[in-house]
Design a protein around this ligand. Structure first.
Ligand code: IPM
Ligand code: MG
Length: 372
């Protein structure tokens, strides 16, 4: 999965809505510092997506945003959505921008790591003893399944209506995501849990057959289990430490990642990566990085949002898209130290502003620079 090094990279910034612009700006400062640490150069370009794009252009993903993201080595996104655009039956909606950019960039794998910070276990809704040893990664299929299948709405003769959303998966779609989960598990504790609903769904029976075959043939060194999605939802709260890498289809992954995210009680800290293929030449891997949390319209513009989820997303960008592993780790260390030392925004019971929280991370990152 590793990518070779270049000396200059371009990064597309999509601030989006609500607190998006505030947190993306802080993550950009961290990326600049990380580039210095790596002795490389980053150039940034900014584009519209979501509600901000709807207001300015009438569409949630303008063509020039797509083109800009395709040109870039990686994309960092804030958040999309807000009450202004909230009507689920409106013709244009902010989330369409997110779904469309995933499809346009071929971002088939969504990685959501969940590992509670030792200093924050009290923030979790679970008892501390249930959190001991929790360090899991959900690998969610992101461009297939019911999200992107044919949809339909028809009028019935009696006056009612019937709606349909088709769920399909093919061999190639399942193979590539299971393979990515296997590769990621090798760099972790060596266990893959494939989650499906094979007792009911045909797509899940295909999923399980392919997952079994790919993991047996290409990853005989890994420990593998197959778990039904309802049972997985239960084990996530009763015994989450049992999981290492969880791989699953698009909608199951959507639901399970929200559940997994609240385990830590600090959703403002969690990053995500959406990955596609390795670029021609092998120097970069296309990817879009965003915090797990939403656009938090209630606190937008107040300067109190937690920038850490976005900063850790930037660390994932350094690792997965640019191959800058040492710098990714340095950012993660700087964040962990800052949180441990009590550098906290309001959501974590602290009083730091968005900028001050990022400053705490930056000052620790600067120490890494001089230590290197
Ligand atoms: C997510 C979100 C999106 C999804 C929405 C906003 C379309 O819930 O990234 O998990 O369902 O994929
Ligand atoms: Mg979701």
């Amino acid at each position: 999965m590793s990518v070779a090094r270049k000396s200059e990279y371009s990064i597309a910034l999509l601030p989006g809505d609500g607190i998006g612009p505030e947190i993306v700006e802080q993550a950009r400062r961290v990326l600049v510092a990380a580039a210095e640490l790596a002795g490389v150069k980053f150039s940034f370009e900014e584009g519209l997506i979501g509600g901000a794009a709807i207001d300015a252009t009438g569409t949630a993903l303008p063509d020039d945003t797509t083109a800009m993201c395709k040109r870039a080595d990686a994309v960092l996104l804030g958040a999309v959505g807000g009450p202004k655009w909230d009507n689920p039956s409106a013709k244009v909606r902010p989330e369409q921008g997110l779904l469309a950019i995933r499809k346009a960039l071929g971002l088939y794998a969504n990685l959501r790591p969940v590992a509670p910070h030792a200093s924050l276990v009290d923030a979790s809704p679970l008892r501390p003893e249930r959190l001991a040893g929790v360090d899991l990664l959900v690998v969610r299929e992101l461009t297939g399944g019911i999200y992107f299948g044919e949809k339909g709405l028809e009028q019935l003769p009696g006056g009612g209506e019937r709606a349909r959303d088709l769920c399909t998966y093919d061999t190639e779609e399942v193979t590539r995501i299971v393979r990515m989960a296997g590769e990621l598990a090798r760099g972790r504790r060596g266990k893959v849990t494939s989650v499906d609903k094979a007792n009911v769904l045909e797509t899940s029976r295909l999923w399980r057959r392919i997952a079994t075959k790919v993991l047996a043939e290409e990853f005989p060194d890994l420990q593998v289990e197959h778990v039904l999605v309802d049972s997985c939802a239960m084990v996530l709260v009763t015994n989450p430490a049992r999981f290492d890498v969880i791989v699953t289809e698009n909608m199951f992954g959507d639901i399970l990642t929200d559940e997994a995210a609240v385990l830590t009680g600090s959703i403002g800290l969690l990053p995500s990566a959406s990955l596609g293929a390795v670029a021609a030449g092998g120097a970069t891997r296309v990817g879009l990085y965003e915090p797990i949390h939403g656009s938090a319209p209630d606190i937008a513009g107040k300067g109190i949002a937690n920038p850490v989820g976005t900063i850790l997303s930037a660390a994932m960008l350094l690792r997965h898209s640019l191959g800058l592993e040492a710098e990714a780790k340095a950012v993660e260390r700087a964040v962990a130290d800052a949180v441990k030392d009590g550098a906290r925004t309001k959501d974590l019971g602290g009083s730091l502003s968005t900028v001050a929280a990022a400053d705490e991370v930056l000052s620790r990152l600067a120490r890494e620079t001089t230590a290197a």
